[in-house]
Structure formats: C-alpha cells, structure tokens
Design a protein around this ligand. Sequence first.
Ligand SMILES: [Zn+2]
Ligand SMILES: [Zn+2]
Length: 312
Amino acid sequence: MDLLELLKNEILDFFSIQGLVDLIRSGDYSSLKTWSGITTALAPLVPLIVVVEMAMALLHQKLHFREYKLTLLIYVFNRIVGRFISLGVVAFCIGIFQPLGVIHIGFTWYWLIYAYLVWEFAHFIYHFLAHKVRLFWCLHSTHHAQESMNIAVTYNHFILEAPYADFIRTSICIVLGVDPAMLFMIMFIDGTWGGFIHVGENFMKDARFGFLQHLILTPSHHRVHHARNPLYMDTNFCNLLNVWDRVFRTYQPEDRQLPIEYGITRQINPGNFVDVYFGEIYYLIKDVVAAPGLKNKLLYVLMPPDDLLKIG
Ligand SMILES: [Zn+2]
Ligand SMILES: [Zn+2]
C-alpha cells in the first residue's frame, strides 16, 4: 500500500465515514431501524464536530496549532502501537464474569435504566480510581495534560487506559447482570456523549444546558473536571448522568466567579509528547526507586498522587 492510499484510509477511519458512504450509495435506509445502522450513521458525529470546532476557532482567529499538535501526535502513536496491542479485555471479562452474575436481566426499557445506572456506577469507580491511585493516574494523566479545551481532547489517552477502564467497567456490569448486547449499546451511547462533553468554548461558550444540568453531566461539568483549580479538582467523575457524583459528594457545578484553569498541577510542558505521555510514569518510577523499604515503595504506587508529600 503506498503512502497516499494509507493516508486516505487513515482519514476515512478517523471520520468513521465508510459505513455511512455505503449506506447512502445503496439508497436503502431500512438499516437505520436497526441498532448497527444507527451506530454506523452516528459514528462520524464526534470527528465532524472536531472539524466544525476547528473551523469556528479559525473564524474567530482563535485557532492555535499548539492546542491540536499533541492530540495529533497521541492519535498517531496510539494508532501505530494499537496495531500491535490488541487486548480483547471486554470479551475476556464477559467470559470470566458472566457465570458469576448475581442476577440476569432482560432486554426491556426498565432494565435498560438499571443497566445504565450500573454502567455509570462502574464508570465512576474506574474514573475515581484513575485519579486516586497513582499507578492508574499514570494511565489517565495524558487525558488531563492539555491546558485548553476542545473536542479533540477526547482522543488524548494513554494506550493502556482503555484496557484498564474496560476491565473495571465490564467486570462490574457483567457481575451485576447487565446483558452483553445491552452493554455494547450503552458503550456506544457513553462513547458518543463522552466525546461530545469535550466541546470547547469556541464551539459552545455556555455549556450548562439549563435545567438538564441537574440530571445529566454537561460539557460545563466536564470542563470543571479538567480544571486544576483546588475547588474543581477531583470532581464530576460521571459521564452522562451525574447521579453518582451527587451520591458520593463529588459533584461540582461551574462557578462563574472562578474561571477554569485547565491542566494538571505538576509543572509540565503541555506541548511535549514524551512529557505528556510518559511524564507521570517517569516520576512514579523515580519515587519508587528512591523510597526506603517495600512498604513505602508500594505506598507510592497505590496512594493518591496528591498525598505523596505526606508519605515522606
Ligand atoms: Zn479524569
Ligand atoms: Zn475528559
């Protein structure tokens, strides 16, 4: 395959547009009544907003290449390495945990509400631990490194974060009886919304969504989550419904008097791929090597990143 062909395929893959093109070409839209037809049609939504958001930033003369440079590097790196690491974590967890399921639920609307609440709970657990256990923070910090917000941030992830997240989320859902087919449906809704909540101020200045903010997790809530202001840090861990943040008291609405400062607390070069991608791992290894005794070494791996100074 020559380079141009490869580039063309990569662009088509990024926009997830091939399925939609085939659908339009065939002229047969009956598949839109099926779940796979809907997912095919909606798959290009987030990539499309990336382009629209960039165009709007350009129009307002606020398009800074440095804000997108890192996302591009991370995307390319994950694509290349991803070809070699293919972890079927979801399938693995379903196989292991399905026989241990405490209940088995049906495929009805009320069980869908139950399943979504369970999924959101599992997402809360994965995301909370990603902030509170330093080893997992090493996998998650890449997502928080950028010091501005735009929807392309949704692609900023360390490559092992997805297997870690999928392991926790799938295991909890399957043990609590969620049907695998329903789980895949929820994963699609969650993934699409999880991408959308990264829209930046160039696309949508006020993203609080009126009364809906009391029920769902809005882009405004997620902007707060990406902030390093002490009031905002480690809040709003949910994805679509903010119910578990309210239950566990980590809910924090945006305060108009307190402008959001994006990024992480460590001094970081947000334009440097190695620092953004491997920086936290480097500092963890450094601390573990320097710590006296096995107990202290383990504490560095398992304690919250912000409690490290207290370990001594
Ligand atoms: Zn986070
Ligand atoms: Zn995010």
